[in-house]
Write a protein of this length. Structure first.
Lengths: 469, 102
């Protein structure tokens, strides 16, 4: 097996080889670190690599596995973390100048669970400053480049995570998602990306952006890999007030069940207009694949999603301003593109914040009603492919659009409603940039979302392509 | 403003299961098409933002206040204009939960 083939194994494939002792955790780590050494000057996915600690963890995993103490599919697997996950003894900047020297004294719950599962953590990845944007063009820690086009953004805010998985630096990277920050870089970088149901994965020990919409989720090479990671990180956490004490199924159990008999809804009126014609072609083709696999597909309408961005803005502003209250005394230490969010958020009336939260409750009920008619919704993850670094998308298909719509317009409704949503690669534009299909389902029913994603993935070749670097 | 008629229990049942969601259906099919809210939408100008910033004890120059005013006014106008059916009975999508064992 070539070095390139080794680094581009799926997490499941790598885990099978580790379990069967065909490849050791140290060999896996050496392969991805060699890849990182070669590419990092061009990609810049890391803020803080922890390669020495990773090598120690890989050696320990190797010893444990040789001794017959195999912990499961994450054991000995190199993974990386967005730099807003607390890591005990390792700097956690959240991409912010304010937190440049922050060294947590404990791990976030997700990191603790990954370590308990035997994962080998290779370091902390670049992100949009304080998770408040979608380019990962970070004025304090540098610009991350999209492996599929080095002049393109990787998306964000988990852009380092998307780039790291796409470039073969690791077999999984954790991201966080407040408006689409897992699914957007997944779509732009050609990976799978899962935002679980709000409360399914703990956000304890993640630097907050907006508490009521922050989610922790993985970016992976395949849908099955996302399910494997969710198995490891899901579950009730008394340290997180939003965490839910609900049963955690085996998320891999129904991955092979197919989509025959499932009802899928396509909400065209908002989510498809305006839409880049190249994205539309790929999404319509993906919907056709799912129909051919036996799903019933119907167009439906979700007009309540249309004001999702303004509702989100009136919630994320005050919540971010609350966490960043001390930061606001030093506005010059923010990047120019993120400063406005907490500055305006601090000036929103409490009644306006609560109005947005009350309207949000109506939106949640409206989605629940839609999801009595269908099992899941299908939409484009983003309205365009990844823009060029420094470029602002101002129109799509000849129509002027707001700055937020192309990147988060289709993802943020599922942050407001807390429903699970997955992005899977569904094609490439003629210029070679990836396109993502979003599959969203009922709260707590990640299993169906993953099942649909796995069926689509198994019928298509997109996840098997890798950037030519 | 009508008298609230939906209990918290019924609200939660509708929101989680979808069965009673129609009780919270939105006028005209969605918030965007709903009737204007009674409180109206007053766009906060730069001078008001400066005063609010003073009240909030955060530094904000007049130039910056002028830049921020439209940034804030736009979502405010939309959200204040939304009036879901039965809005009076809607509770915010944030919850306080007493913990087991106090």
């Amino acid at each position: 097996m070539s070095a390139q083939e080794l680094v581009y194994l799926s997490l499941r494939e790598a885990a099978d080889r580790v379990r069967q002792q065909q490849v050791s955790p140290v060999e896996l780590l050496q392969a991805v670190l060699a890849r990182t050494d070669a590419l990092e000057p061009r990609i810049h996915a890391y803020i803080t690599p922890t390669f020495d600690e990773a090598m120690a963890a890989a050696r320990q995993a190797e010893r444990e596995i040789m001794a017959g103490r195999y912990l499961g599919p994450l054991h000995g697997i190199p993974v990386a973390l967005k730099d807003n996950y607390w890591t005990r003894g390792v700097k956690t900047t959240a991409g912010s100048k304010f937190l440049a020297d922050f060294v947590p004294t404990e791990d976030s719950t997700v990191v603790a669970k990954l370590r308990a599962a035997g994962a080998v953590i290779t370091g902390k990845l670049n992100m949009h400053e304080l998770a408040m944007g979608g380019t990962t063009d970070n004025p304090h820690y540098g610009t991350t480049h999209n492996p599929w086009g080095l002049d393109r953004v990787p998306g964000g805010s988990s852009g380092g995570s998307g780039a790291a998985v796409a470039a073969g630096y690791c077999y999984m990277a954790m991201g966080t998602d407040t408006a689409g920050s897992v699914r957007n870089p997944a779509a732009f970088c050609g990976t799978a990306g899962l935002k679980p149901t709000y409360g399914r994965t703990s956000i304890f020990g993640i630097v907050p952006y907006a508490w009521t919409m922050d989610h922790a989720g993985p970016l992976t090479r395949t849908v099955e890999d996302a399910a494997l990671v969710l198995n490891a990180i899901a579950g009730y956490d008394p340290k997180d007030d939003g965490s839910a004490d609900v049963p955690v199924p085996d998320f891999t159990a129904s991955l092979g069940a197919g989509v025959a008999g499932l009802r899928l809804g396509v909400p065209r009126s908002y989510f498809f207009a305006p839409l880049d014609p190249e994205v539309r072609m790929a999404i319509d083709a993906a919907i056709g694949v799912l129909r051919d696999l036996g799903a019933t597909v119907e167009d439906l309408d979700w007009p309540g999603a249309e004001p999702a961005i303004p509702i989100y803005q009136l919630i994320r502003g005050p919540e971010s301003a609350s966490f960043q209250e001390k930061f606001l005394q030093h506005p010059e230490d923010y990047g120019a593109d993120v400063r406005a969010t907490p500055q305006t958020g601090a000036l929103v009336l409490a009644t306006d914040y609560l109005r947005a939260q009350r309207v949000r409750a109506a939106l949640r009920a409206e989605l629940a009603d839609l999801l009595t008619r269908v099992d899941a919704l299908l939409t484009p993850t983003t309205r365009t492919t990844a823009p060029r670094i420094g470029e602002q998308v101002t129109e799509i298909d000849g129509q002027p659009v707001s700055a937020s719509l192309p990147g988060i317009g289709n993802t943020v409704p599922f942050n407001l409603t807390g429903a699970p949503a997955l992005s899977v690669p569904c094609g490439f534009a003629p210029d070679g940039m990836p396109i993502g299909l979003q599959i969203a389902g009922r709260p707590w029913d990640e299993a169906t979302v993953l099942r649909i994603g796995a069926a689509y993935e198994q019928a298509t070749p997109w996840h098997q392509r890798h950037p030519d670097l | 403003m009508g008298t609230p008629t939906v209990s918290r229990r019924r609200f939660l049942a509708g929101a989680s299961g979808g069965g009673a969601a129609l009780a919270l259906g939105l006028a005209g099919g969605g918030p965007a098409a709903a009737a204007p809210a009674p409180q109206g939408a007053v766009a906060p100008g730069p001078a008001l933002l400066e005063e609010l910033a003073q009240y909030a004890d955060i530094p904000l120059s007049p130039e910056r206040a002028a830049q921020l005013a439209p940034v804030l006014a736009s979502p405010l106008a939309v959200v204040r204009g939304l009036q879901p059916v039965d809005y009076d009975n809607l509770e915010p999508a944030v919850a306080f939960r007493a913990q087991m064992g106090g």
